[in-house]
Design a protein around this ligand. Sequence first.
Ligand SMILES: Nc1nc2c(ncn2[C@@H]2O[C@H](COP(=O)(O)OP(=O)(O)O)[C@@H](O)[C@H]2O)c(=O)[nH]1
Ligand SMILES: [Mg+2]
Ligand SMILES: [Zn+2]
Length: 332
Amino acid sequence: MNDTTLEVGRVTSQQKGTYTLLSLQGEFHARLTGKFYYQVQAAEELPAVGDWVSFKPLDNEQALIETVLPRTSKFSRKKAGDEAEEQIIASNIDYLFIVSSLNADLNLNRLERYLLLSWESGASPVIILSKADLCDNLDEKIREVETVAMGVPILPVSSYESSGIDKLSPYLAIGKTVALVGSSGVGKSTLLNSLTGESLQAVKQIREKDSKGKHTTTHREMFLLENGAFIIDTPGMRELQMWDGSDGISTQFKDIEEYAELCRFRDCKHEDEPQCAIRSAIEQGSLSQGRYMSYQKLLREIEYSKRRADKRLQSLERKKWKKIGQNRNSRR
Ligand SMILES: Nc1nc2c(ncn2[C@@H]2O[C@H](COP(=O)(O)OP(=O)(O)O)[C@@H](O)[C@H]2O)c(=O)[nH]1
Ligand SMILES: [Mg+2]
Ligand SMILES: [Zn+2]
């Protein structure tokens, strides 16, 4: 048994089949062991940025990853394109900073989508409204955001003016992990830089020595701040489709589900049934038509994605049984 040489490290970045690990023994460039690789059935079993893994160190800062340790949380979306596959954006995160810019294109529907995914993740969401220096009606914007925020903290910041940044420090505590998500161009990397200052530069220089090039957010990457907090930067996601949102939707749209309880009929479709509490809430203005529409849209999307995922599970299952059958035949 040479298992005594196993170490534990954390995946800080990932490039086509290789992973960068941070551990007490330093940085390693790692691949999967053959055994691990052949056991993988679905993409979500592969290491993701933020994962803790057990690995075997080799020479020259190379290493082999043996297993992914159980995840405490994971932020996922449906993989872009047609495949019904889960893509893990970041794992083992405590706080999800959902960054939205306070300039003209503050998009509430998109924010709602991020929130919904965050309820599934196991991490606590925090809404960061960036570029506060470009906004002259901050209170109004915050009130708008509050209509979808469901009590999630809303923190306006400006990296240019270094304002509001200190309000983030309670989340960036030692041993905690924060992931920055949001559309491209909202200022995530700039915020990361103003949070890290010199300590990130140090990481950057090490990476440049490895000829990994300059730091631009083309992939997900985790940094260790000077105070012992981890922060994960992600590139903007153009497609943000629901993966599994069945629990999240009840949290994000609690008000709507509470109205639905008050409908006269248990199976009310909220169309033309008598004494429908949802329709009357909309008529009275206590529920906005827009909010109800985005609820329906997200619900449809989640149901669709679930059906696709079920089909995929069935086909994986079929393949497995086929393989077992072949093995038995060949042994005869
Ligand atoms: N006015 C203003 N612009 C900002 C601020 N933070 C970032 N930007 C600009 O927004 C653009 C996108 O920033 P970047 O950090 O790359 O966004 P990312 O794609 O979310 O990582 C850049 O031109 C930044 O200089 C800010 O606080 N105020
Ligand atoms: Mg960036
Ligand atoms: Zn109803």
